[in-house]
Design a protein around this ligand. Structure first.
Ligand code: PLP
Length: 393
């Protein structure tokens, strides 16, 4: 059995493309061409060159000695926080902008919640000189002013979504509407391993450079390609998919997925999809999502905007259901403490999303000789105000 996507676009029971009729031509064009385009030498050459010279890859694999000593395991950090723009998201947007160009699209749309994916998209549109339109909920525009300013400075147009709860899901609806109306010249850049097939697989492949590098780097440092565990936080699941990718079918490597419990799983203010979710369809994909008994999507909550998503990608739903992945949920409080701890033990201020992954060591024990690789998905600069308010700094 493989944990990779099958040729129909499914991970076990999850995935597929549940889309309105009118979106079919756009998604089908992408589905029928993405693998061939990604295989082209010229595509690979340009992608690899940009990852190296523009993103700053390979990112280091850093042995966190003081953090390891505290918790009694050999803990390595994969430093995606050192990527251009401060997180892993740019690996995917660089890949998708090259895909868009090969498909002959010169107009890019995206949706964004906290603004991180919007910034990563606006960045690569500036790089390539393509028009960029980012849909964002009106409420999120108010909450995330610095990222809105970044997008504007990069030349993007930010369009407020004014319907519904005026947050991410409404922005997504607006983006889909735009795409239906502009099928010829527009590519929709989705920011995580979510959405209809082929998006989850395409995004996972772009992010898979993370585990590709870990294999080489670990071989150099430990004499073996495979760690005992790979660990990542899961919002939609793209940084996790990146660090799991080349280990999915190596069952000797443990896979740990960390979700946001928010104020606690039982409080109603949470984003722990595996603990609370049921099977359903969100953004064109069959997966696990948080919903009421009559199928309304529940508003998620987490102190970290990047984990504040009511579903997980289909790869992760399958890892959960099959038991291949171990799922742990971490509260706001535990994550904030772990963020502070890493800052003071290693001199690295992590994104609050990432801090969730770092927090597992308080309760999840490992063996002294276990090699554990954590994906340090992003840096904490964007979260400084949250840290300041929380710790009265
Ligand atoms: C967006 C983001 C996440 C969550 O997204 P995934 O698709 O689950 O990786 C995690 N960490 C950081 C730093 C982010 O910016």
């Amino acid at each position: 059995m493989s944990y990779q996507v099958n040729e129909k676009g499914y991970y076990g029971d999850f995935g597929g493309a549940f889309i309105p009729e009118m979106l079919y031509p756009n998604v089908e064009e992408l589905r029928s061409r993405y693998l061939d385009i990604m295989k082209e030498d010229s595509f690979q050459k340009e992608f690899r060159q940009l990852l190296k010279d523009y993103v700053g890859r390979p990112t280091p694999l850093y042995y966190a000695e003081r953090f390891s000593k505290k918790y009694g395991a050999k803990i390595y950090l994969k430093r995606e926080d050192l990527c251009h723009t401060g997180a892993h998201k740019v690996n995917n947007t660089v890949g998708q902008i090259l895909m868009a160009k090969r498909l002959g699209k010169n107009r890019i749309i995206a949706e964004t919640g906290a603004g991180q994916h919007g910034v990563a998209t606006a960045t690569v549109c500036a790089l390539m000189g393509l028009e960029c339109i980012v849909y964002m909920g009106e409420i999120d525009i108010e909450r995330q002013a610095p990222n809105v300013a970044r997008m504007k400075m990069l030349g993007a147009t930010v369009i407020p979504a004014k319907s519904g709860s005026r947050t991410l899901k409404d922005a997504t609806n607006e983006a889909i509407r735009d795409w239906i109306n502009n099928p010829e010249d527009t590519h929709y850049i989705i920011g995580s391993v979510v959405g209809p097939h082929p998006y989850p697989d395409m995004v996972a492949r772009f992010q898979s450079v993370i585990s590709e590098e870990v294999k080489l780097q670990l071989k150099e440092k430990e004499g073996r390609e495979n760690p005992d565990y790979v660990v990542a936080c899961v919002g939609g699941g793209s940084n996790a998919a990146g660090i799991y990718y080349h280990y999915l079918d190596h069952e000797e490597v443990g896979i740990i997925a960390v979700e946001a419990a928010g104020e606690g799983i039982a409080t109603g203010k949470s984003a722990a999809t595996s603990a609370l979710g049921k099977e359903g369809i969100i953004h064109g994909s069959k997966t696990l999502l948080m919903q009421t008994d009559d199928g309304q999507i529940t508003e998620p909550y987490s102190i970290s905007a990047g984990l504040d998503y009511p579903g997980v990608g289909p790869m992760h739903a399958n890892l959960f259901k099959t038991g291949r992945g171990e799922f742990i949920s971490i509260t706001d409080k535990e994550a904030m403490a772990a963020g502070l701890l890493l800052s003071q033990l290693e001199g690295i201020i992590p994104a609050i999303e990432t801090a969730h992954a770092l927090a597992i060591f308080e309760n999840r024990k490992f063996k002294e000789e276990d090699v554990v690789v954590i994906n340090l998905s992003g840096r904490g600069d964007k979260d400084l105000n949250t840290y300041i308010d929380y710790f009265n700094l």
